[in-house]
Write a protein that binds this ligand. Structure first.
Ligand SMILES: [Zn+2]
Length: 190
């Protein structure tokens, strides 16, 4: 994905949050450590959300139903992982991804496509876009920079970087993996 598309997806994610009244006023709103209210975004958009017992090979699904949509997420995953799955499926929906049948997302897909490596198929590019959307909506760029700057200014040193990622992951309610990839992609490593 090129930088222009990345930026576009960031903007779409921000607009989606604003439209739903879910964009926090500032990073201190995240101090309660409940992260972006992704479930409120889903319900505001009129999307039906269901938790399923998919078995361990499926993380989430998006089912388009005429004008509407349903998102299902796996009951066996932890809450932070579920949040990412919901945001990923929302990404397919908001970005207007088309595919025969329904989107079925497996754990392998998440981990092999998480990083922005070069890929040849259109399907893979939709997966990368959905991941970029999920990262953008759960960890809005400006809020993340604001939160990271605040922690940094509170006197943290370079070799405590590991803990910063952990603290931010807690604040935004994402996995440490998701936060460290977001950090790398935003060039926030100091
Ligand atoms: Zn997907």
């Amino acid at each position: 994905m090129n930088k222009k598309r990345q930026k576009q997806i960031e903007e779409i994610a921000t607009t989606t949050l604003q439209k739903c009244g879910c964009y926090p006023m500032d990073a201190s709103e995240l101090d309660k450590n409940s992260g972006i209210d992704i479930k409120k975004v889903i319900s505001t958009l009129g999307i039906e959300l269901m938790v399923y017992d998919f078995g361990e090979n499926v993380s989430g699904v998006l089912i388009r139903d005429g004008e509407g949509a349903k998102i299902g997420y796996a009951s066996h995953n932890g809450p932070r992982r579920q949040r990412f799955t919901i945001a990923h499926e929302l990404g397919h929906y908001i970005l207007g991804h088309q595919r025969q049948g329904i989107f079925v997302d497996t754990p392998e897909k998440y981990f092999t496509l998480f990083r922005d490596h070069v890929s040849s198929t259109g399907e893979d590019s939709q997966e990368r876009e959905a991941n970029a959307f999920a990262a953008s909506i759960l960890m809005p760029r400006n809020l993340l920079i604001e939160a990271a700057t605040k922690i940094y200014q509170s006197g943290i040193t370079r070799n405590e970087e590991f803990d910063i990622v952990e603290e931010l992951a807690e604040k935004f309610q994402v996995s440490k993996l998701a936060m460290s990839i977001r950090f790398t992609n935003l060039d926030l490593i100091w």
